[in-house]
Design a protein around this ligand. Structure first.
Ligand SMILES: Cc1cc2nc3c(=O)[nH]c(=O)nc-3n(C[C@H](O)[C@H](O)[C@H](O)COP(=O)(O)O)c2cc1C
Length: 303
């Protein structure tokens, strides 16, 4: 969801984020990054919001080669994914699949960080199956000059559901010698303020789904006022226009664009009182009557 088109539109219409971490590139052993991947994070395509590329790999030589490529493309920082929970990645010892093996993480970092051309940060979970794996992993991470550690305070088994473990996040924060970024279910302003009280040493906050559901949230957190309904409607309309135009340029064919807009509407519709009615009307529309459905949607009452 948070591809280059989304990130640019979000930053232009709502703002509030300091930077974004791009969805991961799953590195292919012995292959360079794909042209499309480089395009997603290219500086000239991400002018409105600094974007840090993220890579998923357990192969040091491939990792180092990707860092060289990204450095050559002008990036100063890359994030390493140690959190992806899917069987095709974690089950094959990548992403969260590395968390039970602090020794492997150590060996990979020792090789990759030796003369790395960019700064490295890490996005991790508490563990793969065991929520205490973060302890040994943090011990290893503390030995390297990372720019930050982002913790999604769940195990990989939990995927993105179930309770976020604040108590263990506090323990991870206490152990971590790097700037520590908390992630997981920051659902709104009250929740954010509550977390600030519970994890006061936290250096930063990563917000995923709640910002998709309420794109005003990052700016609210930064102290900007919540706009009046008509101003909100205008921003949402501009945001939709930028997404529609952007996907028209980035995706090949109308079908892909309509699929993508349907996915975006699943979140965008949450800004309206009857989100379900909007989602089903948009889903039923096709390229011929999409614009009519959109005009109707933007006439509906906002939350
Ligand atoms: C569909 C989907 C795709 C995701 N892709 C990535 C990814 O590529 N890289 C990553 O670090 N996290 C990814 N995540 C995890 C989110 O970054 C985040 O850790 C998770 O959604 C919890 O935060 P939230 O409650 O604020 O959404 C993904 C989550 C979802 C739901």
């Amino acid at each position: 969801m948070t591809d280059v088109v989304y990130r640019e539109a979000q930053a232009c219409c709502f703002g509030g984020f300091d930077y974004a971490v791009a969805p991961f590139f799953q590195l292919r052993q012995g292959h360079p990054l794909r042209v499309g991947e480089l395009g997603q994070v290219a500086l000239e395509n991400n002018r409105a919001l600094r974007t840090i590329p993220q890579v998923l790999t357990h192969h040091p030589a491939t990792f180092s080669a990707a860092l060289q490529e990204l450095s050559a493309a002008g990036h100063a920082e890359v994030n390493w994914n140690l959190g992806c929970p899917y069987p095709t990645t974690a089950g094959r010892g990548r992403g969260a699949g590395l968390l039970p093996h602090a020794d492997r993480i150590d060996a990979i970092l020792a090789e990759v960080m030796n003369g790395a051309p960019v700064r490295l940060s890490v996005k991790m979970r508490l563990g793969y199956h065991d929520p205490d794996e973060f302890r040994a992993v943090m011990d290893v991470l503390n030995r390297y000059p990372l720019s930050e550690v982002i913790l999604h305070a769940r195990t990989a088994d939990q995927m993105v559901d179930g309770v976020v473990d604040i108590a263990r996040a506090a323990q991870a924060l206490a152990l971590c010698r790097h700037p520590f970024v908390f992630n997981g279910d920051i659902a709104g302003m009250d929740c954010f303020l509550d977390l600030c009280r519970q994890l006061p040493q936290t250096a930063g906050w990563m917000i995923g789904r709640a910002a998709l559901r309420n794109p005003f949230l990052p700016a609210l957190i930064k102290g900007m006022p919540f706009p009046e309904p008509e101003a909100r409607r205008e921003k949402l309309l501009k945001f939709h226009g930028m997404l529609f135009e952007g996907y028209g340029q980035w995706l090949s064919g109308d079908r892909h664009r309509m699929d993508k807009m349907g996915e975006q509407w699943d979140y965008l519709a949450q800004a309206f009182l009857d989100s379900q009615a909007i989602i089903s009307r948009i889903r039923r529309s096709h390229s011929g009557n999409y614009e009519v459905a959109v005009r109707w949607a933007f006439d509906q009452p906002l939350v």
